[in-house]
Design a protein around this ligand. Structure first.
Ligand SMILES: Nc1ncnc2c1ncn2[C@@H]1O[C@H](COP(=O)(O)OP(=O)(O)OP(=O)(O)O)[C@@H](O)[C@H]1O
Ligand SMILES: [Mg+2]
Length: 309
């Protein structure tokens, strides 16, 4: 797979602070790449550099092979963007704001209806943006990013301010976009659960450094599942399973799988050992590791749980 976005040793300094430190990331074509990091990690700064809005202090970035420093306009033409500060004109309507961008892009007027339809904002498109709610502004910003059907979308926290229905709609839309249009999506979030539900690929940024990157499926496979079990005598169970790595879990015990071991086979084998020894097995099953587990290992130990949406 060719890369839609590639950075090499990208850096950005603000005074003494290195906001982005040696970031080399690869976003494959047609990926939905979740760029994950806590507040202040460097997500927005990285995305702004990719959009040519701020200059890197070092390193390089390419969008579909076009170097953003050498040919900023050609790179920008390939990208639709949504950033925190939308910069809409409050005294113009939603449709008028989109018309300004469509004119700049040389996109036909029917594009405005198309993108308003996608974000379900046709009913409010005739109202002044000054009277929009936060979620409505966010939808309008996504509509603007979609104008002209750019091959690359760069979205900074796109679900910010959306209600649960809006978040679900946005998720479904972004997830299906690569297949429907061939586009590549790079989106940032501080919510693990959200990335896990949308992304095909993940990059984790922590203190300005990219600490982890890869397909979501591979990252999950790298962390073998555990078998969680509970018996009437966990202390004895632990002794019986002495040949394995066993640790206490919230309730009962967690048994690590051996490299390459099948979870179902392991569960059956463990069950047999315990039952044959006369223990009552109350519960036994595989637990898949989530992105949250991955994040805990590489970054912050006390990362807040993703909000339920
Ligand atoms: N214009 C600026 N001047 C000085 N420091 C800045 C500027 N922009 C960002 N920073 C600093 O760079 C670091 C990274 O900020 P950035 O906005 O990229 O984080 P983020 O990952 O987008 O966080 P959030 O989740 O809060 O949006 C922070 O320490 C921030 O204070
Ligand atoms: Mg940010």
């Amino acid at each position: 797979m060719a890369a839609a976005i590639e950075t090499e040793h990208l850096r950005r300094r603000f005074g003494a602070r290195l906001a982005v430190d040696d970031v080399s990331m690869t976003v494959p074509e047609r990926a939905v790449y979740g760029f994950l990091g806590r507040n202040g990690a460097g997500k927005t700064t990285t995305l702004k550099m990719l959009l040519g809005l701020i200059r890197p202090s070092g390193g390089a970035a390419r969008i579909h092979g076009v170097d953003i420093a050498r040919d900023r306009m050609a790179a920008a033409r390939k990208v639709g963007a949504l950033l925190e500060a939308h910069g809409f004109y409050g005294n113009l309507t939603g449709a008028e704001n989109l018309a300004l961008t469509a004119t700049l892009l040389g996109a036909p007027a029917r594009e405005i209806d198309r993108v308003l339809e996608i974000v379900e904002m046709r009913a409010d498109a005739g109202r002044k943006v000054a009277g929009y709610s936060l979620g409505m502004r966010q939808r309008l910003a996504l509509a603007r990013a979609l104008l002209g059907a750019p091959p690359v979308l760069i979205l900074d926290e796109p679900t910010n301010g959306l209600d649960p229905d809006g978040i679900a709609d946005m998720r479904g839309f972004l997830r299906s976009l690569p297949e429907r249009t061939g586009a590549t999506v790079l989106l940032s979030s501080h919510l693990l659960g959200e990335i896990e539900q949308i992304a095909t690929h993940v990059g984790v940024i922590h203190d300005g450094r990219l600490v982890l990157e890869g397909p979501l499926s591979r990252l999950k496979a790298d962390l073998a599942p555990e078998i969680l079990l509970r018996t009437d005598d966990d202390a004895r169970a632990r002794t019986l399973l002495g040949g394995r790595s066993v640790s206490p879990a919230d309730t009962g015990l967690a048994v690590a799988l051996r490299p390459g071991e099948d979870a179902d086979q392991a569960a059956a084998a463990l069950n047999q050992i315990l039952v044959q020894a006369g223990l009552a097995v109350f519960a036994l099953g595989a637990r898949e590791q989530s992105l949250e587990d991955i994040y805990r290992r590489v970054a912050a130990p006390a990362y807040p749980k993703a909000e339920a949406a």
